[in-house]
Ligand binder design. Structure first.
Ligand SMILES: C[S@@+](CC[C@H](N)C(=O)[O-])C[C@H]1O[C@@H](n2cnc3c(N)ncnc32)[C@H](O)[C@@H]1O
Length: 239
């Protein structure tokens, strides 16, 4: 819960026009301070939650939600997991404020000790926890190769042995040095090899995971309404 001092500071900032807030979240078209933070709130939120539960997530597990946004999936995970087992990181302070001040209270989840941290360097050590599961839903779709590499290096450090990291991506099924945009079905999203939103050949992730001590497996279609594919990185148990 934010302190009275924090709330007062934000109120003053809003009055002074330093922070613009539009608390109209968890709707079909979701905006915060004029920014679209992801439509299909219910559909994509439930999709990621149901997927992880189907793939073994239990209330006792610790979950790292990378690029958690304003908790489109997070509200489902926080409700399901034991208190204190949800950890979300995002680079956008405004979205995290929306999560803390609007979504968690709206869903009656303020007392479940969700940990939310603003960072953009994927340094998950700040949480002081090891994770059974991690998720990056609709995050690698916005990241260049170098940032994905940074993320994977840190995921490898943060996962428990046998831990699993699920990540979505727009797939370039053609490969090679194709530089033309691609359009993905369903949803019709246009993606690029060198600007956001990005597409990648799966082989890029195989090559990256070989650099860290992770294994990656292609899952592919998982019912995403905008045509994003799924893959899973695992940290093999050793010794
Ligand atoms: C399309 S949103 C998806 C949010 C959430 N996973 C969901 O399904 O609603 C992508 C999120 O990734 C976050 N993000 C992008 N780059 C990041 C970085 N380097 N570190 C942390 N978060 C990042 C953005 O701020 C944004 O909230």
């Amino acid at each position: 819960m934010p302190s009275i001092g924090d709330i007062y500071k934000r109120f003053r900032q809003r009055l002074e026009g330093k922070e613009r807030a539009t608390y109209r979240l968890s709707s079909g078209e979701t905006y915060f301070s004029g920014k679209r933070v992801g439509g299909m709130w219910d559909e994509i939120g439930e999709l990621q939650f149901n997927f992880l539960v189907k793939n073994g997530l239990k209330p006792r597990h610790k979950l790292l939600d990378i690029g958690c946004g304003s908790l489109r999936g997070g509200v489902h995970f926080v409700r399901y997991l034991e208190s204190g087992n949800y950890y979300g990181m995002d680079r956008d302070e405004m979205l995290l404020n929306a999560a803390r001040e609007v979504e968690l209270p709206r869903y009656g989840l303020s007392g479940k000790a969700a940990s939310l941290v603003r960072r953009d360097d994927f340094d998950f050590s700040v949480f002081g926890a090891e994770f059974d599961y991690a998720l990056a839903q609709s995050v690698f779709t916005h990241l260049p190769w170098n940032s994905i590499m940074r993320c994977l290096v840190n995921v490898e450090r943060a996962l428990q042995k046998d831990g699993r990291f699920y990540a979505t991506f727009f797939e370039d099924k053609n490969g090679g040095c194709r530089i033309a945009p691609m359009t993905h079905a369903p949803g019709g999203v246009e993606t690029y090899p060198d600007k956001d939103p990005f597409h990648y050949e799966f082989g890029v992730f195989e090559e990256l995971s070989a650099r860290v001590s992770l294994e990656v497996e292609y899952i592919g279609e998982w019912g995403h309404p905008r045509g994003q594919m799924m893959m899973v990185f695992t940290r093999p148990a050793r010794g």
